[in-house]
Design a protein around this ligand. Structure first.
Ligand code: EPZ
Length: 426
């Protein structure tokens, strides 16, 4: 059980290098299954979810070798189409492998991915996407089975997504690469991770276009059209946004390296509205965020990209809990994503949750407490709040944080935070 201890009230100063994007790397790893050969990814984050996806790919017959941030996936000997239950339960996003396996081997199956702390997380849009590729996708006794019509692989078609689901868009893309004919995906997600995936797919020989819009088009190719490829994963915009929220909570002046401010337009607008200064460095894409006094309260609402990202909702709640005045957060993407509020209240926060709205009365200073991480971004948010709180905070169950942050203690210590792992192995 990993725990973190934080001594708050220390302004943050210095430079943080941002890890590769979890939510860009995972779909690329799944896409590697499409090619009977080798795919190399660099800047892959060293996190639990990547370990889990590697274990799944190895269990299907692939060979994954990672040295530092460079991951080589050889999918030549892929032989299994059933995703092991244990891994599906660990990481529901593995469900996007169904589309890739359907394209490569004509069938796939996995156990029904459960909901999680942030919501029920249905998969109806995933099944609709796979049906739209001429596959028979059905749920039976907690199993999800997908198979192409007799003897054929997926066939192109028009898929209309009623909601711009990131995962369902990835599912449709991966299923369409080797489908016969053209596939159009309407109502597609526009997240930067989708754009990276499309660039990655073109790099391996797929014919994909339209990324960044809500209408994607894929011209199916033959498996021999795909070839070995190399791709460098972009920086993780959510990790960058989390650390920017930490500066807001603790105050300070921090340079962020390896993330693209263009992908953080809406969070940056809100950080500045709350009192931060954000400015690009003369050379390259690095930027700085600074604030000298308590942030001002905000009203914000989460939405699909380019709206405010739901993954930064908890980190924003964490610094707004100590901000001046009142704030209001409306969560429109996941129906259960306010669990962190009850942990922040142990630190003295005043947060009232009513349905999809959280009303916050800023309290300063928050006080350190013993709190428990319940999910990935909620756990990171507790660290954000602790950095701006008086006294000592201990966060339990930090395995949740390790799913998506390489080493939050390493990163924040680099800018002066007094934060450390309490368990020996770190
Ligand atoms: C991806 O999850 C991300 N995960 C999430 O990040 C992120 O919060 C989410 O997109 C939204 O941006 C990965 O990329 C691995 P969705 P995903 O399908 O694909 C509903 C993190 O912290 N929906 O866009 O699962 C769903 O219930 C994680 O890194 C259906 O109704 O998100 C939700 O309300 C957390 N039916 C909404 O769509 C479906 O078939 C958005 O979900 C699928 C989704």
């Amino acid at each position: 059980m990993s725990r973190i201890q934080i001594q708050g009230f220390r302004p943050l100063k210095g430079r943080i290098s941002i890890q590769g994007s979890k939510n860009a790397a995972l779909p690329m790893m799944a896409a590697a299954v499409l090619h009977r050969g080798v795919t190399v990814l660099s800047n892959v984050p060293l996190i639990q979810d990547v370990e889990c996806m590697k274990a799944i790919l190895n269990s299907l017959g692939c060979r994954c070798i990672q040295k530092g941030g460079v991951l080589e996936i050889d999918a030549s000997l892929l032989h299994t189409t059933q995703i092991p239950d244990c891994f599906m339960k660990q990481m529901r996003s593995a469900i996007i492998l169904l589309g890739a396996l359907l394209g490569r081997l004509g069938e796939a199956s996995c156990c029904y991915p459960g909901g999680c702390l942030i919501g029920s997380r249905p998969i109806d849009l995933h099944l609709k996407a796979l049906n739209g590729l001429g596959a028979l996708a059905e749920e039976e006794e907690l199993q999800v089975r997908v198979r192409a019509r007799e003897g054929r692989g997926p066939t192109g078609g028009t898929i209309v997504l009623a909601y711009p689901s990131v995962g369902a868009t990835e599912q449709a893309l991966l299923g369409a690469v080797l489908a016969e004919g053209e596939t159009r995906i309407l109502g597609a997600a526009r997240e930067p991770e989708i754009c990276q995936l499309c660039r990655f797919l073109r790099g391996m020989g797929a014919r994909v276009k339209g990324e960044g819009t809500d209408c994607l088009s894929v011209l199916g190719v033959k498996s021999f059209d795909l070839h070995d490829s190399f791709f460098s994963v972009g920086g993780d915009r959510i990790v960058a946004g989390t650390y920017m929220a930490a500066v807001m909570a603790a105050t300070g002046d921090v340079q962020i390296r390896g993330a693209d401010l263009e992908e953080l337009k809406e969070p940056a607008r809100l950080f500045m509205k709350a009192g931060a200064r954000i400015r690009r460095e003369e050379r390259g894409r690095d930027f700085r965020i600074s604030i000298k006094e308590r942030p001002r309260g905000l009203t914000l609402e989460t939405a699909p990209y380019p709206g405010f990202p739901t993954d930064l909702q908890s980190p924003f709640m964490a610094f707004l809990a100590g901000a001046m005045g009142e704030s209001c957060i409306r969560e429109t993407v996941f129906e259960e994503r306010f669990a962190t509020a009850s942990q922040l209240e142990k630190m003295g926060a005043r947060i009232k949750v009513e349905g999809l709205t959280a009303s916050i009365k800023g309290v300063w200073p928050l006080m350190g407490a013993r709190v428990t991480a319940g999910d990935l971004r909620g756990g990171a948010a507790l660290a954000v709040a602790a950095l701006g709180a008086g006294g000592t905070t201990v966060i339990e169950e930090c395995r949740h944080i390790e799913r998506g942050y390489e080493d939050i203690c390493r990163d924040l210590s680099a800018v002066g935070a007094e934060i450390r792992w309490m368990d020996a192995e770190k």
